[in-house]
Write a protein that binds this ligand. Structure first.
Ligand SMILES: [Fe+2]
Length: 544
């Protein structure tokens, strides 16, 4: 069965499952170059069909997020001959054999969290985001190839909106800057602004929404292809900045969402007697919150979907369709996060020659050694290899890499490469054989979705990737998961003694991850990177 998933709206995206295999999963922003693009994902759909080598009329099901059919689907598929589309506007034609199906927003989040978890036994699923379809937080049970709803909480229970309102009050974008609030929270005392901020936050107790919060009238506008939200609370919270520091406000907001999610998950785990917990929804991009929730179940019984925001919804919709129509074909793991486009050496070469860019060409060990040596000499390297990652994190195919042993590299990349706030922390990629050296906890961590503690004795040695609270948000790299990146980490270790690299997404601040060689070249020459590696081709700003 061929199932195409589509999410229209914030973080629009498309995903393709063919005969039980996840073939492609990609956001529209990677093509439109507008972060969180809400355009109908025409480019993402085209890329999915190309990666699957399939025509639209060969699709069995098109699974769309949302309880009602989104009218913008007409921008992608010819469902009727509407006059508002000029004849040159290409839309895919379908045959009557293709079914169009709709699936609830939270159910799509839950589907990623449960079906792609490593659990075959029953699990509790918690979904938390701003608001999707008719709820803000939902609890589900997953068993076998189906899920059932336990409880939905309304918009007045939105912990996601509360956190986003604090984010906007601190001067960042609602629905985008929440990671900055989380990073700032580590620098403040959560006790000081706790009571004052509590007035803006819904409260949960014993599984009930004890104190609903009315968020007032919501302003939602689409600006340059992305949705912007503004709520009255943001202005009121901004008024608290004269009484508290920004760090204190961030820390209290973090404390409030942690204790409420902890209360909810603990309650529902006890009430259902379930021992496994699966998480999805944009709120679980908050890796410090995830660390707190890791206290409710053993780490090997916790699964956080690595693409938990709305950018994971298209795949969730496709999973819902398979659960309904072909449960025997339902994929039960995320085998690889590398589900975006690939570019051949010939395509990259064409781009380089077209731009008259000087390069050297290296293959095999020569490539690995050239890049590892540059990193050991503290150069900042743009690393572009193979298929682009799905989800928000660079996992070694569209990455900016640097030596983590020099603490000042954190500031260097923030200010000279990505042009963003100097306090923003970075994640490391760690060689699987060196995990115990850098992390206290022994569990697997392939996706940078959970904060781990670092042993005190190594913190000073890898200062560029340890946050002020002593945590690390790692990607453990295995030779099976990413063979080329694993070889590079080994080569770097041979030169420096450290099996760890600073790895941040290949983009400038405020931009989507680079997708094409052209994107990577533009980003390289717009930033303080020293070296760009596009497949086997190495470009250096230092003249030989
Ligand atoms: Fe959502």
């Amino acid at each position: 069965m061929n199932v195409l998933g589509i999410h229209l709206g914030h973080d629009a995206n498309a995903a393709l499952i063919m005969n039980g295999k996840i073939v492609a999963d990609i956001m529209e922003e990677r093509f439109s170059r507008v972060k969180h693009s809400a355009d109908p994902p025409r480019n993402a759909v085209a890329a999915c069909l190309a990666m699957g080598n399939i025509r639209a009329d060969e699709l069995d099901i098109i699974a769309i997020t949302g309880q009602n059919l989104h009218k913008d689907i007409e921008y992608i598929f010819r469902l009727q001959d509407l006059e508002r589309f000029p004849t040159y506007f290409k839309r895919y034609s379908l045959t009557p054999a293709t079914q169009l199906k709709n699936y609830d927003h939270h159910m799509c989040h839950a589907a990623c969290a449960y079906y792609l978890s490593p659990f075959s036994d029953p699990a509790l699923i918690c979904v938390s985001d701003g608001f999707g379809d008719d709820c803000s937080i939902s609890l589900w049970t997953g068993q076998g190839t189906s899920m059932s709803l336990l409880k939905k909480y309304p918009s007045e229970g939105s912990l996601g909106w509360f956190y986003s309102n604090v984010t906007e009050a601190l001067g960042w974008i609602h629905g985008d800057g929440e990671g900055k609030t989380m990073a700032l929270a580590a620098k403040g005392d959560p006790a000081n602004a706790y009571n004052a901020l509590g007035d803006f936050c819904p409260r949960y107790h014993d599984g009930e929404l004890k104190k609903p919060h009315h968020f007032g009238s919501i302003c939602k506008v689409t600006e340059r292809g992305a949705i912007q939200w503004h709520m009255p609370d943001a202005a009121k919270i901004r008024g608290l900045i004269s009484r508290f520091t920004r760090e204190e406000l961030a820390a209290s907001a973090q404390e409030l969402i942690e204790e409420n999610h902890l209360s909810l998950c603990t309650h529902w785990l006890q009430r259902t007697g379930l021992e496994r917990l699966c998480l999805a929804g944009g709120v679980f991009l908050n890796i410090i919150l995830n660390r707190k929730l890791a206290g409710t179940v053993p780490l090997n019984k916790l699964f956080i979907y690595p693409n938990p925001g709305d950018s994971g919804l298209a795949l969730g919709a496709a999973l819902c369709a398979l659960s309904e129509y072909a449960p025997e074909e339902l994929p039960r793991s995320l085998d690889s996060p590398y589900l975006g486009p690939n570019f051949t050496d010939q395509e990259i070469l064409y781009t380089l020659r077209q731009r008259k860019i000087r390069f050297t060409e290296h293959h095999g060990d020569s490539l690995i050694e050239t890049v590892a040596r540059a990193l050991s000499e503290n150069l900042c390297v743009g690393w572009f290899q193979g298929r682009m990652e799905t989800g928000p994190r660079a996992l070694g195919n569209r990455s900016i890499l640097m030596n983590p042993c020099h603490a000042e590299n954190q500031k260097y990349i923030n200010t000279r490469v990505k042009f963003r706030e100097p306090f923003r922390p970075f994640c490391p990629s760690i060689l699987d054989t060196d995990r115990d050296r850098y992390l206290v906890e022994k569990d697997n961590a392939p996706y940078m979705i959970l904060a781990f503690n670092s042993p005190e004795q190594v913190r000073a040695r890898i200062g560029a990737v340890v946050h002020v609270d002593g945590t690390i948000r790692p990607q453990i790299v295995t030779s099976i998961g990413n063979p080329l990146f694993h070889r590079m980490l080994r080569a770097f270790k041979k030169l420096t003694g450290q099996g760890i690299l600073l790895n941040t997404s290949f983009n400038l601040g405020g931009e989507p991850l680079v997708c094409t060689p052209e994107d990577a070249i533009r980003c390289f020459y717009s930033s303080g990177m020293d070296m760009l590696v596009l497949g086997p081709f190495v470009i250096s700003k230092q003249e030989p």
